[in-house]
Design a protein around this ligand. Sequence first.
Ligand code: GUN
Ligand code: ZN
Length: 426
Amino acid sequence: MQQLIRGRVLDFHADPADTEDNHRYIEDGAILVRDGLVAAVGEYAELANPDLTEIDHRPHLILPGFIDTHIHFPQVQVIGSWGAQLLDWLNTYTFPEEARFAQQGHAPAMADAFLDLLTSHGTTTAVAFCSVHAASAEALFSAAESRNMAMVAGKVMMDRNAPEAVLDTPQSGYDDSKALLEKWHGRGRQRYAITPRFAITSTPEQLEMTGQLVREYPDCHIQTHLSENLDEIDYTLSLYPKARDYLDIYETYGLLSDKLLLGHSIHLREREIKRMAETGSRAVFCPTSNLFLGSGLFDEAGLRAAGVVSGVATDVGGGTSYSMLQTLNEGYKILQLRGQKLHPLSAFHWATRGNAVALGMQDRIGTLAPGSDADFVVLDAHATPAMALRMQRAQTLAEELFILQILGDDRAIAQTYVAGKPMKAE
Ligand code: GUN
Ligand code: ZN
């Protein structure tokens, strides 16, 4: 199966913060897709061939699909819940909702809805927390596999400080994670992420067994939360009184490496930043969530200067949008409040190749390099009247990208391709 996808093609080969030679832009470009992979990228005139099926997206932009490096699949019916900061929000809205995932049929229905939401917002890969129930991860992986969509996901492990209905035990958390991992990790495009929710909801015994799982499967990602909220940090340190700081808890149980994704990472101490840099542990910036839950302002430039690699993510349902465009919009504003600048080229790099680098998956996704997976987003910078009017004054690619970042959302997603297949009805 071959097809030629025509449009204005943009992808990144380096971080715009590091070098001026960072992207490739082809005004009348095309991507040749064969069997779900990128076969070639170039000028349309050079790739055109009367035998090929063509899809013409001009004048839209075609980029690698967006990657969301931190999202909660069981929170599709939590997003937009009023009036609380992190710990109250978890207890009032989130844990009761996640408890519903024990009900027969609920997880499969939500998994389909969740993946439809991702692709309608241009996201082609997500790193997802599931609920404590193995069936939630099973449902997400099954739905993703049937779309040939790359998911990195895991059932949450949590054995205290939450209602009984969303608790496992150190042993069952280990056993269920291991069974899911054995079944799904590396099957097609699926990857398992070992998922201790955060230190508050795991006993030392559970983190000990998590560390054991990490040692047995060093190839898996690990996802958790770190230093999101000041009350959370105080409570965490009271539960682990011997820890030097929050990160030290995860360090004690052997979780630190370049596979570790630390959601939020806002209120960090010097030692924590240094250890994250030394171990390659990733910070994940969740702008809409950090504003919505009143958590704090992420220090992108500070972490970068210290040598920490950061991803960027929605964190739905603490986050308020599935859109990586809206995520970059709010990210821009947070960095403004810190006196830091997010250039549009850096923003679009971050949501594509940058997040792929944070995952160590840049050879497969976040790129249009030949042989990589044919996951694309097609962006329409004229999607709304406000955007179309503003675009009349745009003269450069960077301006167009910034208009997409600030004014765009799912209406600006003209199409999303997953492994070469369009996800939206034409
Ligand atoms: N910390 C622990 N669990 C969660 C969660 O579900 N959302 C957010 N934003 N932070 C958390
Ligand atoms: Zn989260």
